[in-house]
Ligand binder design. Structure first.
Ligand code: F6R
Length: 257
C-alpha cells in the first residue's frame, strides 16, 4: 500500500461522521467557492446532518459552492423517493443555502444518456474540477457504481449493477424487484482526478472491502484499491470497518476518539 494514504479510525460511526463533516466545513471556510463531490447511501447521512447543523449555527455557508454527485439510478427521476437527486434534496440541499442551479446529479432519465454523461464530465471541468470528493465503499469494494472489473481510467458512464449491489441497496426499496439494474456513475478516472478525496466506511460489513482496498496491490477486483495510488486521500473508518486491517496497517493509523 502506498504510504500516502492517511487512515483515521474513529471509536464509532458518529465520531467518524463528525470528523468528515469538520473536514468539509474547514474546506468550505477556506474556499467558499469550493467544488464538492458528494455521495449518497447510508454512510454519509450523519455527515450531512452535521453539515446542516453547522450551517444552522451560522458557521458555514454553501452560497458560493457547487456540488457534483457521484451517481444516479437509470430510470428514476428527481421526484422518485429512491433517486439520488431526491436523497440529496431531502438530506442536504433543502436545508442549506445552496443555489438550486449549483447542485449537479447525473441524469438517470435522459433520452440520450451517453450525451448527458459527456456533458457531466464537461460540466465538472468547466468548474475547474472537484476540490474535495466524499466517497463510500460497497461491500464488494465498489466506489460510486464502479463495480469490480471497472476500468481505472473510466469516465462518467452507464453501468450494470452487480447482484451484490442490487441486494445491498434493496433495503431502501419495497422489494428487490424495484431496484434499478443500471446506474449512471462517474468513472474511476473521473474520481481519481479530484484534488482531495475522503472515503468513509462504517460497519463490519465493510471490513473485508476496506482491508482489500488498503492492503495488497491495487487491482480491478477492488475499485477502491486504485485510490491508494494517489496523494491526498484519507480513509475515515469506524472500529468495525477497520476490524480486518492487519497489525502493520493499524500501527500507522490515526485514532479519533
Ligand atoms: C453512492 C455510492 C455508493 C455507496 C456505496 C456504499 O453515491 O456512490 O458507492 O457509497 O454503495 O453505500 P452505503 O453507504 O449505503 O453502505
Amino acid at each position: 500500500m502506498s504510504h500516502s494514504v492517511e487512515i483515521r479510525i474513529a471509536s464509532d460511526a458518529d465520531t467518524a461522521s463528525k470528523n468528515v463533516a469538520e473536514e468539509f466545513a474547514k474546506a468550505l471556510q477556506l474556499k467558499p467557492s469550493i467544488v464538492l463531490g458528494l455521495a449518497t447511501g447510508g454512510t454519509p447521512v450523519g455527515v450531512y446532518q452535521q453539515l446542516v447543523s453547522l450551517y444552522q449555527a451560522g458557521k458555514i455557508s454553501f452560497q458560493q459552492c457547487t456540488t457534483f454527485n457521484l451517481d444516479e439510478y437509470v430510470g428514476l427521476g428527481p421526484d422518485h423517493p429512491q433517486s439520488y437527486r431526491y436523497f440529496m434534496q431531502t438530506n442536504l440541499f433543502d436545508h442549506i443555502d445552496i443555489a438550486a442551479g449549483q447542485t449537479f446529479v447525473p441524469d438517470g432519465v435522459s433520452n440520450s444518456i451517453q450525451d448527458s454523461c459527456a456533458d457531466y464530465e464537461e460540466k465538472i471541468q468547466s468548474f475547474g474540477g472537484i476540490d474535495l470528493q466524499l466517497l463510500g465503499i460497497g461491500e464488494n469494494g465498489h466506489i460510486a457504481f464502479n463495480e469490480p472489473g471497472s476500468d481505472s481510467n473510466g469516465r462518467t458512464n452507464v453501468v450494470d449493477l452487480t447482484e451484490n449491489t442490487i441486494s445491498a441497496n434493496s433495503r431502501f426499496f419495497e422489494s428487490i424487484e424495484e431496484v434499478p439494474r443500471q446506474a449512471v456513475t462517474m468513472g474511476i478516472g473521473t474520481i481519481l482526478e479530484s484534488k482531495r478525496i475522503i472515503l468513509m466506511a462504517t460497519g463490519r460489513n465493510k471490513a473485508e472491502a476496506i482491508a482489500r482496498a488498503l492492503e495488497g496491490e491495487p487491482g480491478d477486483d477492488s475499485p477502491a484499491s486504485f485510490l491508494t495510488t494517489r496523494e491526498n486521500i484519507t480513509f475515515v473508518l469506524d472500529q468495525d470497518a477497520a476490524s480486518r486491517l492487519s497489525g502493520p496497517t493499524i500501527r500507522r493509523t490515526k485514532e479519533i476518539l
